[in-house]
Write a protein that binds this ligand. Structure first.
Ligand code: F6P
Length: 341
């Protein structure tokens, strides 16, 4: 059996742990692994290299992906699908393991129509893929955001300021929610629940009555006020899957707070720092379990499925189910966080 392995979409910190697990498990089964460079692009442009045990030595703690990544949409490229088919055949690839988010797994699912056998592994800091409790990279990103909140706390209290931390999260506010809950944010704003600026200000004022003259707000990039139709965008440039670059909600909110209250308000954009760093223990173990299980799925012929973590068990879920929507935040955790505002 010769398995092609690729990593697509936005990167995160524990992908290499998954690559390592796939390769180690594949070799244990007597399989070969072909590394496909820069996501689906590697199959369009014929950029592949065999992976050996030595290729994955010493990478469990390294962020990013040794295979590289891209947001290549093979179905939008002229000869994209054709090249993919040619190169799969050329390299004798019998099955593909694709590590990534909705777009990467979406391509894996579409390829099933053309007889290509794929297994998906969930990887996105947004943690928004359904059917899996966690996606690789989320825990580390939430840790990075929590560290930032811890740092903002001290300077916010010294300067008696309102501090806003803008984090990633297009349609699901998992990073904002979990980092905010762990980091003691005084207000958590997520895309799933349009916010009221009046309520945000009321909370700041309420803290003032308790002699707490600073506030920490964490906001996901995809959040918007209740009276605004569109999300805030950094610019209108779209990636090959049609996603615009989000950003700016933090600045908008800071201006509103300053204008309406006169309280000094500053914004920190965490940006791509969330995608880097040393992977957490949780992420490494998750990636290791999902990576090894994906090879089991290949062995058992469970194609067009994704390796998922459910209630601490690894299970195979059909990609049609995974791609049926977005896993939004757990409202119970959102409500719990309010206890600490
Ligand atoms: O990986 C998903 C994500 O983190 C989104 O939350 C964010 O909007 C996007 O990636 C930004 O990615 P990039 O800057 O690489 O296009």
């Amino acid at each position: 059996m010769r398995i092609g392995l690729l990593t697509g979409g936005g990167d995160s910190s524990a992908i290499n742990a998954a690559i390592r697990a796939v390769v180690r498990k594949a070799f244990a089964e007597g399989y070969e692994v072909i590394g496909i460079k820069r996501g689906w692009r590697g199959l369009v442009q014929d950029e592949v290299e065999p992976l050996f045990l030595g290729s994955v030595s010493g990478i469990v703690q390294r962020g990013g992906t040794i295979l590289g990544t891209s947001r290549t949409n093979i179905f939008k490229l002229e000869h994209g699908l054709e090249n993919v088919m040619v190169n799969i055949k050329k390299h004798g690839i019998e099955a593909i393991i694709a590590i990534g988010g909705e777009d990467t797994n979406g391509a894996a699912h579409k390829l099933a129509e053309y007889g290509i056998k794929c297994v998906g592994i969930p990887q996105t800091i947004d943690n928004d893929l359904p059917c899996t409790d966690y996606s690789i990279g989320f825990d580390t990103a939430a840790q990075v955001a929590c560290d930032a909140l811890d740092k903002l706390h001290t300077t916010a209290s010294s300067h008696h300021r309102i501090m806003i931390l803008e984090v990633m999260g297009r349609d699901a506010g998992w990073i904002a929610l979990i980092a905010g809950l762990a980091g003691g944010a005084d207000n958590i704003i997520v895309p799933e629940i349009p916010f009221s600026t009046e309520e945000v200000i009321e909370r700041i004022e309420k803290r003032k009555t308790k002699n707490k003259d600073f506030s920490i707000i964490v906001v996901a990039e995809g959040a918007k006020p209740a009276d605004k139709e569109e999300q805030f965008v950094e610019n209108q440039k779209k990636d090959p899957f049609g996603h615009v670059r989000l950003g700016g909600v933090g600045d908008w909110l800071a201006n509103e707070i300053e204008d309406r209250t006169g309280y000094e308000t500053r914004v920190t954009h965490l940006g791509h720092l969330q995608r880097g760093g040393i992977p957490t223990v949780f992420d490494r173990v998750l990636a290791t379990r999902l990576g090894a299980f994906a090879v089991d799925m290949v062995k058992e012929g469970l194609f067009d499925h994704m390796a998922c973590m459910k209630a601490n068990n690894v299970v195979a879920v059909p990609l049609t189910e995974v791609l049926s929507g977005t896993k939004t935040i757990d409202k119970r955790l959102y409500d719990l966080a309010k206890l600490f505002y």
